[in-house]
Design a protein around this ligand. Structure first.
Ligand SMILES: Nc1nc2c(ncn2[C@@H]2O[C@H](COP(=O)(O)OP(=O)(O)O)[C@@H](O)[C@H]2O)c(=O)[nH]1
Ligand SMILES: [Mg+2]
Length: 489
């Protein structure tokens, strides 16, 4: 057990029905006895209470009652931190929870740092580092799919694979090192072949894990999508449709949206942050100029674009200009206002009714009006972007647009096995280093270089893999990870 006993409010700050003050450490029960007076005839002191029991009583300080509360007694090691834990559930006012915490601190606890409970859970061996990160992912999940991925990681699905990989690498390393110790016995060709086969399969497995990074990133951070198009095309209406509620002001007056609006929507399980942009050029005043500057900025950060057209109007110069300007970006062309009669010169008749499949759109050029292809693909290098036909007035076509968005950002099927191992950027960094070092080991063996060199690189790979679960770690790394947590977690 670590020396001091820590405490913090574990519930969010603000007014609520209840608040929980968490205490963890060797002195937990002495501290709890000082500030918690159990009530009722059969009352027992918390220090004498059996583990995993609840107790009604009063939180007191200097003989004064602060609040009625329930205390949960959990004895080490069957607790989140593997230390003695008491959780006091009191009334959820801002002041009550603070007074209860103050009473606990005055009784001898120290205020916990952000993530310190989870850090102790890690240091005491209850969870590994990847699992600790999953706790954070879990709290920050914005869609059920992201939550499921976090739960799998918390259950240790990624960790198990990492431990297995690391064990295999260590075994290979031991083989190589044994030959270093007895240089007179050269590695037999078939042994060398076996070592190489194992290294190659390890390298391939690292590659598989690395391929989940993109999806992992999307689930954790979400994708940013900028909604662009000329004034009155229906950008704000589209944002409202995708969110399922009215967020942006919609009006027939061009230039209504003067600032960028950002909102997260759940698109087929993926968190997508939609950005409704103000115009992209032609400022009429100072406010609009600032709006345009912000739109341009959010465009740069966006991973993809929804380019909205008014299908009831002829293609304008602005439409053409944006088509040409954003050829390099992933995008979907959204033909809006299909509830109105279609425009004359916009060859919308070429569009199939619901063409939202990107592969179909890019393979059959007949699906895209030639003017859009020409404008959107002047060099003829980019595949034609997918097209979605919608009405933001009636909601028609919005569900197909959501499918098109998912297909655009999500490379493959969302398989259940993949959810178990969606790596984060820290894992990605460690695995990339491990992959490079493993390749060097393979090269050294193939080229017949000295075994010392092969062993050196393989050790680097083993250490990098160990970082993921925290078997090789530094204070710095732990600080970096746990400081992202909130206090009380
Ligand atoms: N008929 C019809 N009108 C629409 C549709 N989408 C938007 N509008 C109208 O077009 C005008 C401009 O819409 P808005 O979303 O503010 O466009 P923005 O300037 O691109 O943000 C408003 O009067 C909307 O009611 C649609 O699908 N059909
Ligand atoms: Mg608008």
């Amino acid at each position: 057990m670590l020396e001091d006993t820590i405490a913090a409010i574990a519930t969010p700050l603000g007014e609520g029905g209840l608040a929980v003050i968490r205490i963890s450490g060797a002195q937990t029960f002495e501290i709890a006895d000082r500030c918690f007076a159990p009530a009722g005839a059969a009352a027992t002191k918390l220090s004498e209470a059996p583990t995993h029991t609840l107790h009604f009583g009063h939180v007191q300080r200097n003989g004064q009652t602060l609040d009625e509360a329930i205390a949960a007694v959990m004895r080490a090691p069957r607790t989140f931190t593997r230390e003695h834990v008491v959780e006091i559930t009191c009334h959820g006012g801002l002041l009550t929870s603070k007074l209860v915490l103050d009473a606990v601190l005055a009784s001898g606890a120290r205020l916990a740092e952000p993530g310190e409970f989870s850090r102790r859970a890690f240091l005491n061996g209850r969870i590994d580092l990847a699992q600790a990160e999953a706790v954070l992912d879990l709290i920050q999940s914005r869609t059920e799919l992201a939550l499921r991925a976090a739960n799998e990681q918390l259950a240790g699905k990624l960790s198990q694979r990492i431990y297995r990989l690391r064990d295999q690498m260590i075994e290979t390393l031991a083989h190589i090192e044994a030959h270093i110790d007895f240089p007179e016995e050269d590695i037999a060709p078939d042994t060398r072949g076996q070592l190489l086969a194992r290294l190659r399969s390890g390298h391939a497995f690292i590659g598989e894990l690395l391929r989940t990074a993109n999806e992992g990133q999307i689930l954790r951070r979400g994708m940013r999508a900028a909604i662009i198009g000329r004034p009155n095309a229906g950008k704000s209406s589209l944002l409202n449709q995708l969110l399922g509620h009215d967020r942006a002001i919609v009006s027939a007056i061009p230039g209504t949206t003067r600032d960028t609006i950002e909102e997260t929507a759940n698109i087929r399980g993926l968190p997508v942050i939609f950005i409704d942009t103000a115009g992209l050029d032609e400022a009429r005043d100072e406010i609009e100029a600032e709006g345009i500057r912000r739109s341009r900025q959010s465009l740069q950060q966006a991973e993809f674009i929804l380019h909205v057209f008014d299908a009831s109007q002829a293609l304008t110069e602005t439409d053409e200009k944006y088509l040409a300007e954003f050829t390099g970006k992933k995008r979907i062309l959204v033909l809006n206002k299909i509830d109105l009669p279609e425009a004359g010169n916009l060859p919308v008749n070429d569009f199939p009714a619901q063409n939202t499949n990107p592969t179909a759109a890019s393979s059959s050029t007949g699906a895209i009006p030639s003017s859009l292809i020409r404008a959107g693909d002047r060099q003829g290098k980019q595949p034609a972007p997918p097209v979605a036909r919608v009405s933001c007035l009636t909601g028609e076509g919005i569900e197909s647009l959501k499918d098109a968005i998912k297909n655009l950002v999500w490379s493959g099927e969302i398989k259940a096995e993949m959810l178990e191992v969606m790596i984060n950027s820290r894992h990605q960094d460690a695995l990339s280093r491990a992959a490079a070092a493993t390749s060097r080991t393979i090269d050294a063996l193939v080229d017949g270089l000295t075994l010392e060199l092969a062993a050196l690189d393989l050790r680097i790979a083993v250490n990098a893999i160990g970082e993921i679960v925290g078997q090789t770690t530094t204070e710095d790394l732990l600080d970096r990870i746990f400081s992202q947590f909130c206090i009380g977690k």
